[in-house]
Design a protein around this ligand. Structure first.
Ligand code: FAD
Ligand code: NAP
Ligand code: SF4
Length: 707
């Protein structure tokens, strides 16, 4: 067993977070649960060692209890045709690699059992009834009464195999609209046998599974139940039904209730970055009040002070975080050392985790590309991990392996500089502007993306810690770089906005997006936005945002208050109706905006799989006009002239904002190469097309790891 994470000092700012808790005879050292995540490594046996390394790294970082991704208890319950199951002694043997690795690090791990029900992405899907889900193309076969009984037995058998595999327990996935949740809700359970009809009969499937697993496993086995605290779908459960379920699960033998929020088909965002922090903790509190077993809160809790607050306010007994453990395996160790500034925070972007999962690609993390690739030689562990205490690990006076100049302190330059310095190189980082962040500084000005500032806070701490010499307000020249005698030069000079070459583009009311986002320009009441990529959408949100109208350019505009967010999405904090929903309230948009693209494809088709719908719904609710298939003709006093399907149209606007993509900024490259310097391009300076921070950070990390 490796050295456990140091216990927090007596004056820890997070006393509630670090109070041990005993669950089913197992004492957890802290109140932090690493929630279930499907990494895409669960389905092939060959990937088990990768999975073991992933979990072991999180156990080493101090996670109190780890929950695996979901494994199906039977074949029809698999989420996808070849998804992982726990159905045999052979399955159990394969999982030993995982449980041994976690236990060797002093961690605890439970296996999640997930029956997908009508969310299964294969034609064998079954359900509580025959109603198809809107998120798969299949119609479920309704389970017969005997098949329901068999399914309960399958769960019990799977839990037995989990125990054989060395797991400390199981988590029963009873939320997010999967099979058990489907049984619980009248939306999908119209059965007339013993498993439907009354609320008590709808609950029977869930409670029988827990009761029989407890009877078979004995008392020293953790059974957590992921309970849907609020379904967020029409005809979802009522508050009373949810509370009754919690009580019955406790009587049936559950050791812990974990939080699930909303079904996958819900039209309310539940985890994206624009959801206020700990937005659903109060739903968890209601359940906690009626049971005596511990209850864990989750969703958009990503920093220790938010977690501590939820616990201190008695909203929950534990905090479950999933994506924050992708972003930083040492989250707990850093909180224990009272060093939150060193946490590489999850920013809720979904770009490398959930978006990958929905594209059938292994999950990783935008801010931590090593996540899910712990055995990949391209992403070796950092020599200074865990990063405590906050003292430079290499200093300019020590002989370093190489002297490296990094030009540009955007995401690519920051990742490259800190990686290289952590590996012992002497690194100087040059940034033309007065602050680090590059385009990411603009991103954090967009309402709903305030969380992006955490990444810059992390890099700031990391630069200090790794001893990078930072030169701000220093637009470095090729001569300076050549005179500096560096062994390696990494050019991370990023991108500049692309202009549009149409008549009138040079008018005073035509703006490049940075000027609008920075607040250098305040637009009039009617605006046309040219280009509907991620930035066109973001700029349209900024321009129409009701609460912060006129506040563009102030990075400290603050996140949307919870009550306002609940009204916008129709979440009823009082939980008076089924599903916890109420009618959304649309506040008047700050401006009239027309968002225009040349393509005829659906607006926002290139946005994230799991986030694009939120942006589209937001702009639609604010009355933004989506115009596709447009040809730009000219801009004049009348406004922006378009031709659409051969017909001319004028958008009568006060301002035009150009969000037409970017071009690489790489004028230093050729001079340096011609002079024989060892120079490498990274991030947007390398390729501007389809650039995002995920690619910039991943590429820079790879390059710096092998300098
Ligand atoms: P940049 O961020 O452009 O950084 C380059 C840096 O180099 C700049 O700071 C520049 O000042 C400096 N520099 C240039 N020349 C020199 C020189 N000669 N000397 C010194 N310094 C120099 N991406 C996502 O993944 N997800 C998002 O949600 C997202 N949202 C966005 C929202 C907005 C409004 C914007 C504008 C961008 C967004 N992006 C997002 C894109 C993301 O920010 C970029 O892809 C990323 O910043 C590119 O990183 P980079 O380091 O390659 O370049
Ligand atoms: P982008 O996604 O490539 O979009 C550029 C837009 O400009 C497209 O709509 C394109 O559509 C249009 N365009 C391109 N060339 C043009 C020209 N010459 N004249 C007029 N229009 C032109 O780039 P972006 O919006 O600048 O975003 C940059 C990157 O940041 C993206 O790759 C994105 O991943 C990332 N980002 C992500 C998010 C997110 O939420 N995940 C948010 C913001 C940014 P038409 O060709 O159809 O007109
Ligand atoms: Fe969080 Fe984004 Fe990383 Fe996913 S990719 S874990 S949402 S920072």
């Amino acid at each position: 067993m490796t050295t456990p994470v140091a216990a927090p000092s007596a004056d820890t700012p997070y006393p509630h977070l670090f109070r041990p808790l005993t669950v089913a005879g197992v004492t957890l050292p802290n109140r932090v649960v690493m929630g279930s995540m499907h990494l895409g490594l669960e389905d092939r046996r060959a990937d088990t060692p990768k999975l073991a390394a992933f979990y072991a790294e999180r156990a080493r970082g101090g996670a109190g209890l780890i929950v695996t991704g979901g494994y199906a208890p039977n074949l029809v319950g698999r989420l996808t045709p070849f998804a992982g199951t726990m159905r045999s002694a052979r399955d159990a043997r394969a999982h030993r690699t995982i449980t041994d690795a976690v236990h060797a690090e002093g961690g605890r791990i439970v296996l999640q059992l997930l029956h997908a029900g009508r969310y299964a992405y294969h034609p064998l899907q079954v359900g509580a009834g025959r109603s198809p889900s809107p998120i798969t193309p299949f119609t479920p076969r309704s389970l017969s009464t005997r098949a329901v009984e068999r399914t309960v037995q399958d769960f019990v058998r799977a839990a037995g195999y989990a125990r054989q595999a060395g797991y400390d327990g199981v988590e029963i996935m009873g939320s997010e609209g999967y099979l058990i949740n489907q049984f619980l809700s009248p939306r999908t359970n119209g059965r007339t046998d013993a498993w439907g009809g009354s609320p008590a009969a709808r609950r029977r499937f869930a409670t029988e599974i827990v009761r029989r697993i407890r009877a078979a496993a004995g008392e020293d086995f953790i059974i957590t139940f992921r309970l849907s605290m609020v379904d967020l779908v029409p005809q979802g459960q009522t508050l009373q039904e949810t509370l009754d379920l919690a009580r019955e699960l406790e009587s049936a033998g559950a050791s812990l209730l974990n939080t699930g929020i909303g079904w996958h088909e819900a039209r309310v965002p539940t985890i994206v970055t624009s959801v206020p922090r700990a937005a659903f903790a109060d739903f968890t509190r209601r359940v906690r009040e009626v049971v005596s077993i511990p209850v864990a809160a989750s969703n958009r809790i990503s920093m220790p002070h938010s977690a501590e607050q939820v616990l201190a306010e008695d909203q929950a007994d534990l905090i479950t975080m999933a994506r924050p453990f992708l972003a930083d395996p040492d989250w707990v160790a850093k909180a224990a050392a009272a060093a939150p500034e060193q946490i590489n925070s999850c920013i809720g972007c979904n770009q490398a985790c959930l978006d990958h999962t929905f594209q059938n690609r292994p999950a990783s993390c935008l801010v931590n590309p090593r996540a899910g690739r712990e055995t990949d030689p391209d992403f070796p562990p950092l020599p200074d991990r865990p990063l405590l205490p906050l003292t430079p690990t290499s200093t300019p006076t020590e002989p370093a392996a190489q002297s490296v100049a990094v030009v540009g302190a955007g995401p690519a330059g920051l990742a490259a500089a800190t990686q290289a310095a952590a590996r012992g190189h002497h690194v100087e980082l040059f940034e033309a502007s007065g602050a680090i962040g590059g385009q990411f500084r603009l991103a954090r000005q967009i309402p709903g993306k305030e969380e992006f500032a955490e990444t810059l806070r992390y890099f700031e701490a990391r630069l200090a810690q790794t001893g990078v010499i930072l030169h701000l307000d220093h637009r470095v020249t090729a001569t300076e770089l050549l005179d500096g005698g560096y062994d390696r030069i990494l050019l991370a000079t990023g991108v500049v906005p692309r202009g549009v070459g149409i008549p009138g583009a040079d008018r005073a009311n035509v703006h490049a997006y940075p000027d609008v986002v920075n607040g250098r320009v305040t637009c009039g009441p009617r605006v046309a936005v040219i280009g509907a990529g991620g930035i066109g959408f973001d700029v349209s949100e900024l321009l129409t945002e009701p609460q912060h109208a006129g506040r563009a350019g102030h990075a400290d505009h603050g996140a949307q208050p919870l009550e306002s967010w609940q009204r916008q999405w129709g979440v009823d904090p009082g939980f008076t109706d089924r599903g916890g929903l109420t009618t959304p309230e649309t506040a008047p948009a700050a401006r009239t905006v027309h968002l225009v693209q040349r393509k005829t494809t659906k607006m926002g088709a290139g946005l994230g799989k799991t986030t694009g719908w939120v942006h589209r719904a937001t702009l639609k609710a604010r009355g933004v006009e989506f115009i596709t298939g447009a040809q730009y003709v000219r801009i004049d006093d009348a406004g922006l002239h378009l031709r659409i399907d051969g017909t001319d149209r004028v958008l009568e606007v006060d301002d035009v904002v150009v969000c037409a993509g970017q071009v690489s900024q790489r004028e230093l490259y050729e001079t340096l190469q011609a002079a024989g310097a060892d120079v490498v391009l990274v991030g947007g300076a390398d390729v501007a097309a389809e650039l995002d921070a995920k690619r910039a950070i991943e590429q820079a990390t790879r390059v710096a790891a092998v300098l």
